[in-house]
Design a protein around this ligand. Structure first.
Ligand SMILES: [Zn+2]
Length: 243
């Protein structure tokens, strides 16, 4: 049931053809997909699967598939509620076109890339991260005061700097030898595939990440710090929203 994760090579793919490899209580498994499964703090994708006869199945979410021997790339497409009649028509081997809710995903990509920039704005370990369609929430392990205006100004500078964003790959062994690359305490690098994907924002940030990102920081657009609070004695929570 291995899924080829096309979004890891090109996050801008909005649709792909695929074959159904399994249908179970988790949802619909495909041989390849453009849908990103919830992980690394980033929400799962939504969209539609279109059958050869034109029938649309609404997909509400995408999760990592759970089965013996599953890899981090194995995804399962979770159908929206009340589609039992449509789902009953599906068979293993059927060809479908998987189409993303691109507007939603592109917001994830912009906010996710912004969360990488935040690691450069605030040089503290990240102790939690959540990227949704409306906001990016980051918890920084620090007792230092954080100035909202300074954060917004520095972030705007990095966004406006039009820095290129690209992925690189290193082996699991190389990753183990470079623990300093890991910035997020709560998210382990996606290991187990023999290689680890690094996200490089030219001149700003380099860290392991399996998520989806924009190609240039300028695409992020204007953001504001919507919330800044003390989450615990040693953690500061920051929420970014589109301005
Ligand atoms: Zn990332």
């Amino acid at each position: 049931m291995t899924t080829r994760a096309l979004f890891r090579e090109d996050a801008y793919l909005t649709h792909c053809d695929a074959a159904i490899t399994a249908i179970d209580e988790q949802g619909i498994h495909l041989d390849q997909t453009v849908f990103y499964p919830l992980g690394g703090g980033q929400a799962g994708d939504a969209g539609t699967l279109t059958l050869a006869d034109g029938t649309h199945i609404a997909i509400a979410d995408t999760r990592k598939a759970k089965f013996e021997g599953a890899t981090p790339d194995d995804a399962v497409h979770v159908p929206a509620a009340d589609q039992d009649e449509l789902l009953a028509r599906l068979s293993v081997g059927d060809r479908v076109t998987a189409t993303l809710d691109w507007a939603r995903r592109y917001r994830h990509m912009r906010l996710h890339t912004a969360s990488h920039l935040m690691c450069a704005v605030l040089p503290y370990p990240v102790d939690g991260c959540s990227i949704t369609i409306d906001y990016a929430r980051l918890d920084f392990a620090t007792v230092e005061p954080i100035e909202r205006e300074l954060v917004e100004a520095r972030l705007a500078e990095l966004v406006g700097g039009a820095h290129s964003v690209a992925t690189e790959w290193i082996t699991d062994e190389e990753m183990q030898q470079r623990p300093e690359l890991v910035r997020t305490m709560s998210v382990k690098p996606p290991m187990g595939l023999g290689r680890v994907r690094l996200l490089r924002i030219e001149g700003i940030d380099l860290q392991p990440c399996g998520g989806t990102h924009v190609r240039n920081t300028q695409e992020i657009g204007a953001l504001r710090v919507a919330k800044l609070e003390k989450k615990s004695a040693r953690t500061r929570r920051l929420v970014l929203e589109f301005a």
